[in-house]
Ligand binder design. Structure first.
Ligand SMILES: Nc1ncnc2c1ncn2[C@@H]1O[C@H](COP(=O)(O)OP(=O)(O)O)[C@@H](O)[C@H]1O
Ligand SMILES: [Mg+2]
Length: 714
């Protein structure tokens, strides 16, 4: 008999534990999947404001807390409640008043639970939050290890991480301390309860009556036998109370986790799909209409102010304008990444909200500034454009995107492994892979948002080449602040402060003398390829001056005022606001070709030949935080300085832009020029756009990052 019971009990324990795990695992798996799915659907708006590490912590850590509660606590909780109820019923059958007496500790216990639980809950909430912060700092720092090392920020980052570790520890300790107080307190209460019940029982059994409030126990209603029986039950009644009290922290952890998950789940998903069944075309033509579109990311600031625009199918349009004028915002509205405030956007005459999101987005390809590749093979990455595409199609697309050869040169060809975010590819290669992806997708609408902005000169031309085959036969909206990359667009739209202020062809706009003409002038401002021949001459005048004079060595270096800076005659009437449009020589050349300024071109060639002499032997010494970080011999005619490894002089710092500056041998001098940097270049306290370097010059990118120019003996 005993064996049977033993085995039965073992079997029940097995079922009990397995069931708990089964429920916990299924619950957490479903929660994770739902949360992840929801995360992908929440508006980009919300994601812009979130911290990645914290979200990951919610997805992993907080769900693990819930899982733990279910796994370790659920069975105890259920068993505890059932035992409690069962024992109370049996006891009340024997003696109601006596049962009530036994339960008198319940209200005190309840108050105790209430007080401690709220304390423990507050602590676990803090702990969960600190865990989120920890995840956040860790994610951020691991991504920025190079910068941390370059700046020797290890100690500072340890401190920052330590701060959150500290608050996590403190919150954990507080929860632990409260729990450590709570559990024995419950035990003490149980002991008092037992003494109380036994005392009264003994008293009654001895022949006395007991009456208190609504409890009346007649004299001798209980004998010693019942008392002993009751004692056994009492133990069974109090044990689950004790057990449950131990679960408080576990339950609070789970509850805090659940709250943090709920917070995410409460966020509204992205623009809702239209309810009506869709019966229209799957493949659209690509005719785009904006009608009086107003939009702002926040309520208090409108970014797009009444955009009205019609782009017939197959037309190629460029969007240009100052940084922050709303170009990216405008194109993001076409695939409905954000909800409009007012107005409508129609594709093929139907409002884009009428299309199911997947139909709408299938018809739009985007190539953005930074292309994201996923972990997996090259083939898999290209296949994203068209799932299930044949190898032939993929190779075709790669060829058109100018990347097939590069892929074939890799040891595993199309099976080459792409590391996280495509780190093992250069920016130009990533861009061409994403163009191949877009070619495969073959959608009628193509959006290019500064696809070449992060590339160096050679990579840019390769990408432009790849783009040429992509744009054929599609409606193209291209954003570019390098006017040279506009190529052969049908029309240029000029944006300023959220409005389209000009539109027309390159020539019309140039003649118009408006915003576009200004942009153009700005781009040509520092380029030797000026429109007017005399301004070309003036550049050479300045540079030859520069060659011949050695003193005064350094004066103010504001563009247009210094003799050392090669500036054109156009700079006087342009505002400093337009500085992001400083272009490189290549851009200037492309513009010249478009304008047919061949005379100027020929003149320049001649001049350059006259001036071309062997470059001065020199080097750039990069100093970070007072320490020499590297020396770079100026061994070719164009040197790029930037944050990325593709730069000739790489400075891995967040303060340095991707393509921060260039140094070129120009008309007999090494000239440093701000590319499209955020922080610019400073020389002796003045921001400079372009400066012909003189031996001993120091240029700073940031107070901690210096570039020293040093000429070497011939
Ligand atoms: N996700 C965002 N949340 C809030 N404001 C934004 C967001 N993206 C852009 N903005 C703001 O909207 C304006 C237009 O930005 P954007 O369309 O990116 O300009 P452009 O592409 O022309 O440089 C800017 O002032 C910018 O600060
Ligand atoms: Mg933009």
């Amino acid at each position: 008999m005993l064996t049977v019971f033993g085995l039965l009990s073992a079997l029940l324990v097995y079922i009990d534990l397995y069931l708990a795990t089964f429920i916990a695992q299924n619950l957490s798996a479903r929660l994770r999947e739902n949360l992840f799915d929801h995360l992908q659907r929440i508006t980009l708006d919300w994601h812009d404001k979130q911290k990645k590490g914290d979200l990951v912590q919610r997805l992993t850590g907080n769900i693990a807390d819930i899982e733990k509660l279910v796994n370790d606590g659920l069975v105890d909780l259920l068993a505890g409640i059932l035992t409690l109820a069962g024992v109370a019923i049996v006891m009340s059958l024997i003696s109601k008043p006596y049962t009530i007496l036994s339960l008198t500790i319940a209200p005190i216990l309840f108050l105790l639970v209430l007080g401690y639980t709220s304390g423990i809950k507050a602590a676990t909430k803090k702990k969960a939050k600190a865990a989120g912060k920890l995840g956040d700092v860790a994610t951020e720092d691991i991504q920025a290890l190079t910068v941390i090392r370059a700046y020797t920020l290890e100690k500072r980052e340890n401190k920052r991480f330590g701060l959150h570790v500290g608050s996590y520890r403190a919150a954990g300790l507080r929860a632990g301390r409260l729990q450590a107080q709570f559990t024995p307190l419950v035990s003490v209460l149980v002991v008092f309860g037992t003494i109380f019940v036994v005392g009264i029982g003994g008293y009654v059994a001895a022949g006395n009556g007991f009456s208190f409030a609504f409890v009346n126990i007649g004299a001798s209603t209980i004998d010693v036998g019942t008392l002993i029986l009751f004692l056994t039950y009492l133990k069974m009644l109090y044990q689950p109370m004790r057990d449950l009290s131990k679960l408080t922290t576990l339950a609070s952890n789970g509850a805090s986790g659940a709250e943090r998950i709920q917070e995410v789940l409460d966020q509204a998903p992205e623009v809702l799909d239209s309810e009506e069944p869709y019966t229209g075309e799957q493949k659209l033509k690509g005719d785009i209409t904006f009608e009086n579109v107003f939009f702002g990311y926040t309520k208090d600031r409108t970014v797009l102010k009444g955009i009205t625009l019609h782009i017939p199918a197959g037309r190629k349009v460029a969007l240009v304008g100052y940084s922050g004028s709303g170009k990216t915002t405008l194109v993001k509205l076409i695939p409905r990444f954000y909800q409009l405030e007012q107005g409508s956007i129609k594709i093929d005459g139907v409002e884009n909200s009428q299309y199911p999101l997947h139909v709408l987005r299938q018809n739009i390809s985007m190539v953005l500034q930074d292309s994201i590749l996923f972990e997996g093979s090259i083939r898999e990455n290209l296949e994203i454009g068209r799932p299930g595409a044949s190898m032939k199609l993929i190779i075709d697309a790669a060829k058109k995107a100018n990347i097939h050869e590069m892929i074939m040169d890799m040891p595993d060809g199309y099976d080459t492994y792409v590391r996280e975010q495509g780190n093992n590819f250069s920016a130009g290669q990533r861009q061409r892979l994403s163009i191949a992806r877009a070619i495969l997708r073959d959608s009628p609408i193509l959006i290019l948002d500064e696809p070449t902005a992060n590339l160096d000169v050679e990579a840019e031309s390769e990408v432009m080449h790849a783009l040429n085959s992509l744009i054929v036969g599609r409606t193209v909206l291209t954003i570019s602040h390098r006017l040279s990359t506009l190529g052969n667009v049908d029309e240029i739209l000029v944006m300023s402060h959220g409005q389209i202020v000009e539109r027309g062809t390159f020539k019309e706009l140039k003649r118009n003398n408006g915003v576009f003409a200004n942009l153009l002038k700005e781009q040509n401002r520092y380029s030797p390829d000026q429109e007017e021949v005399d301004s070309v001459r003036s550049i050479y005048a300045t540079t030859s001056e520069l060659i011949s004079t050695t003193a005064p060595h350094m004066t103010a270096v504001t563009p247009g005022t210094s003799s050392r800076i090669a500036v054109s005659g156009n700079s006087a009437n342009t505002s400093s606001k337009m500085q992001p449009y400083v272009s490189s020589t290549q851009n200037g050349e492309a513009l010249e070709d478009q304008n047919g300024q061949h005379e100027a071109e020929a003149y320049r060639e001649k001049q350059v030949q006259n001036h071309r002499e062997t470059p001065t032997k020199a080097q750039i010494i990069v100093q970070i935080d007072g320490k020499i970080n590297g020396k770079y011999r100026l061994s070719k005619t164009i040197f790029t300085i930037g944050r990325y490894p593709t730069s000739d002089i790489q400075i891995p710092s967040a303060r340095v832009s991707r393509l921060h500056a260039t140094i070129r041998w120009q008309h007999g001098a090494w000239v440093i020029q701000d590319a499209e940097s955020l922080n610019g270049l400073t020389c002796q306290g003045q921001r400079i756009d372009q400066l012909a370097l003189v031996n001993g010059d120091s240029i700073s990118i940031d107070p901690t990052i210096m570039l020293h120019y040093e000429e070497l003996r011939q």
